[in-house]
Design a protein around this ligand. Structure first.
Ligand SMILES: [Zn+2]
Length: 283
């Protein structure tokens, strides 16, 4: 991506280097949260839902040292700023009112969120209750090394996907889906989650379209990097890696092919109206 001369976002909350001390429950945090985090990771359960159901541990923060900007944190800040510009324009164009920007928290290990304790093992996530994206930059290394998805645009896609969940929150999609999920069977609830995730992928494509057409940010190979990442983090690919077989009913993010298809659809059209995964008869 070409972001060298881009502005940085004011919405980064850098908690790297902060240590989270957990007390009040005799150190009981560990197992439950970690197991849930792993479940969230491997089975694609929306971590914010999981965490809402956990009686969170008592958490205090201690700042150990002010975080220093690194090339990775600067890059994330520029990508976030680019999503702000893109979505502000789209909201204006669509008459959706002013775009309210999300904040992005950089953290290491674990951090308190309005959705419970955020853990690096869950991967990046968005918490609708505090409108913040949570990201441990170590995930980028994991993507490059374990998920075979290197590249700056692959990283930007991850940020854009989480921001897309924020857009869904602003548009009321998350609230509607949460209501539909209540009382639904696990299979039906998972199918709803898939539609939420594929719409976020489509919105990520919409962002990439606007970013490039307005600021000429894409370089040759960038879209391929994004598509490769979308494919590598599809539920079927992740499940095969973790358990050696796939269980379609437990899919909550969509298959690799579906993720690629919806990202492309958003990118080719640049129009969020093309991202109606809820009305689509086939995904
Ligand atoms: Zn997602």
């Amino acid at each position: 991506m070409r972001l060298n001369n881009s502005r940085k976002s004011r919405n980064i909350e850098d908690r790297r280097g902060q240590r989270m001390n957990i007390g009040g429950r005799g150190g009981k945090i560990g197992l439950g949260t970690i197991v849930l985090a792993l479940v969230a990771m491997y089975f694609g359960v929306d971590p914010s839902i999981v965490l809402q159901n956990v009686g969170g541990p008592v958490v205090t923060e201690t700042r150990t040292q002010p975080p220093a900007a690194t090339p990775e944190s600067e890059f994330v800040s520029k990508v976030l700023a680019d999503t702000e510009d893109a979505w502000a324009g789209i909201f204006q164009q669509k008459g959706w009112g002013a775009y309210q920007e999300p904040r992005l928290v950089l953290f290491n290990g674990a951090t308190p969120t309005a959705c419970g304790t955020g853990q690096s093992a869950m991967g990046p996530f968005y918490c609708p209750a505090d409108r913040k994206v949570y990201l441990d930059l170590g995930f980028f290394q994991q993507m490059a090394q374990e998920l075979n998805s290197p590249g700056d645009f692959a990283q930007a896609y991850v940020v854009a996907h989480e921001v897309a969940h924020h857009v869904q929150n602003l548009l009321g999609v998350m609230e509607q889906v949460d209501q539909l999920r209540r009382g639904a069977s696990t299979t039906a609830a998972n199918q709803l989650s898939v539609r939420v995730e594929l719409q976020a992928d489509c919105f990520s494509g919409v962002w990439a379209n606007h970013s490039d057409s307005q600021r000429n940010t894409l370089e040759p190979g960038d879209i391929e990097e994004g598509l490769n990442a979308a494919s590598a983090i599809g539920d079927d690919a992740l499940q095969k890696r973790s358990q050696g077989y796939v269980v379609p009913d437990s899919f909550t993010h969509g298959t690799s092919a579906q993720r690629v298809r919806w990202f492309k659809r958003g990118f080719d059209s640049g129009d969020p109206a093309q991202c109606d995964t809820f009305g689509a008869s086939s995904l």
